[in-house]
Design a binder for this molecule. Structure first.
Ligand code: GTP
Length: 343
């Protein structure tokens, strides 16, 4: 079996962190997000196709250095093709039944169990599902009691929603389902274009519910939240990487490698990436500090993101800001492209 991992997005909602890196290489508790996805794949997945585009050299470097015991193919798209287009573009590497995984979702999904469910139901496509409260922000499924999905309803009013279950970004598909995706020369959305077409054609389309937790690491708040959830699950209040000198206090925070935090400083509900130097009496709350940043004594950083290699002067107060003083990389979109469904 093969798995296609969608890893080519620009991750615009996570800028400026994604000006300098692929979103899927952002560390969660000091491990890149995409590593969680590859490790979650069942043993009988022999080939993993990384559908890449933006910052694909970083993905090549990462998989060159880390062995996951599976064949890894980095499949570069000539331009972003969207979630459906990227899967079609991987067709030549797919021999039979295959998985598709968004690489920006961290969850307790048991992928092997989803494949067993798919087999039992003799399904053509099975998608993972997660229940939400705010149905009007998502595409919601209409589902029969045996798990068969008969419709997707985009952003329904709560009283009109056919269920509270949304597409959770992991799919098991028969190879023939690729025939439902046009040859990609434009953005093709799996969710908005391909899946509705398969359902309309009366194919066996099933939903598999995830139990436990599920987080779409699309936004800064959810990026901070996923670090906190995993810390809690490990029974820890904070995590500190290698070679750090921490004199201040940490609460519900994750700290990368080679980080210094001075006396009287405090980081609460925050993520601090590698090679950061934080002075004395600094307060960091609900924020992300990018790699190689220098934060001067007495600074306060609240509800903010500091891009890589930025310097925040002593005493400065940064509140609700995304700090980036360098040029924006050429070709980086100024807004979401593709599935503009979530804000
Ligand atoms: P935003 O710009 O913040 O919406 O993020 P994104 O670009 O990552 O888009 P989104 O969150 O909708 O993407 C879901 C998953 O599909 C992520 O794992 C992306 O890396 C991936 N993805 C999105 N668009 C493309 C694409 O055009 N090509 C490939 N290969 N992957 C994509």
């Amino acid at each position: 079996m093969q798995a296609v991992i969608l890893a080519g997005g620009f991750g615009t909602r996570l800028k400026p962190l994604t000006y300098t890196r692929s979103k899927v290489l952002l560390p969660v508790l000091n491990k890149p997000m995409i590593a969680y996805i590859v490790e979650s794949l069942p043993e009988d997945v022999d080939r993993v196709i990384i559908a890449a585009n933006y910052k694909k050299e970083q993905l090549e470097e990462f998989f060159g250095k880390n062995d996951f015991g599976k064949e890894i193919v980095i499949n570069e798209e000539p331009k972003p093709l969207g979630t459906g287009g990227a899967v079609k573009f991987a067709e030549r590497y797919i021999d039979d039944r295959f998985l598709v995984m968004n690489s920006d979702i961290i969850s307790s999904l048991d992928v092997g169990d989803m494949v067993r469910f798919h087999t039992e139901k003799k399904a053509f496509v099975t998608i993972s599902l997660w229940p939400v409260e705010n149905v009007s922000e998502f595409g919601v499924v209409r589902i029969e009691s045996d798990g068969r999905i008969t419709q997707f309803v985009e952003k329904p009013k709560p009283e009109e929603a056919p269920s509270n279950l949304i597409n959770a970004g992991a799919y098991c598909m028969e190879r023939e389902s690729l025939d439902y995706i046009d040859n990609p020369d434009r953005l093709i959305s799996m969710e908005q274009e391909v899946f509705p077409r398969i359902i309309e054609d009366g194919r066996r389309f099933y939903g598999y519910r995830i139990e436990g937790f599920w987080i779409d690491v699309g936004r800064i708040n959810s990026y901070i939240e996923v670090n906190k959830i995993l810390l809690r699950r490990q029974g820890k209040r904070f995590l500190v990487g290698n070679n750090c000198e921490i004199e201040g206090e940490l609460q519900d925070s994750s700290v990368g490698n080679n980080v210094e935090i001075g006396k009287e400083s405090k980081a609460i509900s925050s993520v601090i990436l590698d090679n950061v130097k934080i002075g004395r009496d600094v307060q960091i709350e609900n924020s992300v500090i990018g790699e190689g940043c220098i934060i001067g004594d007495g600074a306060k950083i609240i509800n903010s993101v500091i891009g890589d290699e930025e310097e925040i002067g002593g005493g400065r107060i940064v509140k609700g800001e995304r700090v980036w003083t360098k040029p924006i990389p050429e070709g980086y979109p100024d807004k979401q492209i593709g599935n503009v469904v979530r804000v």
